[in-house]
Design a binder for this molecule. Sequence first.
Ligand code: CA
Ligand code: CA
Ligand code: CA
Ligand code: CA
Length: 440
Amino acid sequence: MILDNHIKQLKKTGMEPLRVLASIIRLPVLLCALVILGMPYLAAPAWAQDSPNPPHFEKITVATQQTDGYWVEAVDINNDNKPDLVTSGLTVGKVVWYENPTWEEHDITQLPKPVALAQDDIDGDGWTDIFISHDYGGCMFNCGPEDGKISWLRNPGETGGEWDVYHIGDLVATHRLQLGHFTTKDELELLAVPVVGSAGVESPVPITLYTKPEDVLTADKWPSKIVDESFHIIHGVVPYNSGEELDSVLLASEEGINIFSLDETHNPVIKPIGTGELGQVDFKGSGNVAIGYLTEKFPFDHYFPTAEPFHGNTIALYTPTGDNQSYERKVMYEFGPVDESVAHHVVTTDFDGDGDDEFLLAKRGSRPWQGVFYYDPILNENSKLEFKMTQLSDSSTARIAIADFNGDGLKDFATTGYYTAGYFLADNSEVLVFLNRGDD
Ligand SMILES: [Ca+2]
Ligand SMILES: [Ca+2]
Ligand SMILES: [Ca+2]
Ligand SMILES: [Ca+2]
């Protein structure tokens, strides 16, 4: 019965027979999904409430056989209010954008080993610009003194043409970029986060705050300050809404999951959430984190899904305990052998419109542990929370970008395959868009 339902569910998501078979093999895994306390249901759209299935996602193939693949970002490059896609990778280093809805490819630039992207109209001309860390060199295990630069790329706007490169700073091993207002509302700030310290994986990470200069077009670099050196191997940096006026981030690092803020004198304020995975040989802590929000039917209003430790195979969940001051960690699942089943990214949003955030897990591979896995929070017959897992893609997935690509009000997502020399080369690194077709 459970098997039949599972097959029906997979057929409804458009999986081909082999994939159905593969998924059945994983059924025991599905049934091992974790259980935590829950409360009665509230109203949801009929199709979301009545169906245990995820929405149907229509796959659009944007690029195949990439000789690269690390980052994907949803950015409206041509100002038509349709989110386009920007991708990059460390192997070839081309930064390109794909135009929604034809997904025609356009060049942006080529840089040595670009890693992270962020976006903002930093020169205020109405066209969204790209922030990028690059020249990653021999990092993260063999960083040289020049291995790490941060630049922004100016969107040429209506006339098209070259994207000029503006230098922001030099910071060894820079691996994540987060824009926001961390110490002041007056100026935009950039939190630049290396993956390791300049002396290697055992050295602390110099989290560095860059402040927007008065004239971004003439400045030769941005004013900067190291604001923290207490973490190691930081692989996840995501915005966190603390309810305060200034911005915070969640850090996934060797020290597990922490909420990281700065006070107005640039001193760090750190709130620990959990230690991460401590039982593995090569790495410990956490590799990626997201925050999911829940409605009143659950006993807590948010949760943190994580992929642990760095480039790890363990999916863990952190939920608030009674006083909301501490968190309980539960391991949801360990995918396959550690070095063959890397979970590389986790994101959350409400895909099915019932008010509760699902989360997506990006598995870079190798097969069979690769692709996108969808986890839907539901209440079981004992009013406990379970996450129901469905595999939505079996194409190597380095990262996921969420946006409403077709403007229908339903959240869609896009993925890029992982193709980084020295780490992992997917057999077919693709860029894919998955349009949320609801219950079609
Ligand atoms: Ca656009
Ligand atoms: Ca601009
Ligand atoms: Ca939902
Ligand atoms: Ca949509």
